[in-house]
Design a protein around this ligand. Sequence first.
Ligand code: ADP
Ligand code: MG
Length: 241
Amino acid sequence: MIRAERIEKYYAQPSQNRIQVISPTDLSIIPGEILALLGPSGSGKSTMLRMLSGLSRPSAGQVFWHEKPIGDAEINVSIVFQSFALFPWLTVLENVEAPLKARGVDPETRRERSLNMLTTVGLEGFQAAYPKELSGGMRQRVGFARALVVEPEVLFMDEPFSALDVLTAENLRSELLELWSNKTMPTRAVFIVTHNIEEAVLLADRIIVLGRNPGHIRTDFKVQLQHPRDRKSEPFTNLVD
Ligand code: ADP
Ligand code: MG
């Protein structure tokens, strides 16, 4: 579905030469999977997510969506951010409707789909609230509703549970997993960035590990995980794509 070929990223540094954040990397996101990108802070996870989701361009190499170069391809993706990134001046419902509005969906359909999605994420009755009136966990539920309401082919998540307390994160994670396992989550694949190894193992079918040196993908792992969940995807024998 999404394939990166030898992508690299450099950032210009004011006082020094440019630094390489991602060294040449190949990876794919496959329909039906939850793929986790695991690595310590600063290892280049968000940079990788931005390149795969089309938010930024690689310095070298190419990202393909459905085998077309990203610039020529049409693909519906959504991103959930650690900081929720809600519009504070809009109500919960208006936040969820926003991406549908941007896509030109008519007001009635917009409203219906958004209200349904709010129910799915456990926020029935909160449509008129403003983000500041909600707890962190509820705000992230709005973030999920807003991301899922467009039925993205790939749902990207950048540390979506990191700003939440442990218990809230645990609840939200297991609810998300339940939606995914029930096949009620309207997306074909999930790409999640995390620094939490437990979270990666719990959620993912496949894990890619970024090493401590920026952009260094660890290729020295050979791990066989026994996954408790019944999944259609290939059993994975190698953590690295
Ligand atoms: P992670 O998400 O794993 O914490 P990031 O992708 O955010 O890592 O960052 C990787 C490295 O790239 C870090 O050293 C960070 O400081 C640097 N970096 C990220 N974005 C920029 C930018 N826009 N300009 C310069 N350096 C950046
Ligand atoms: Mg990050």
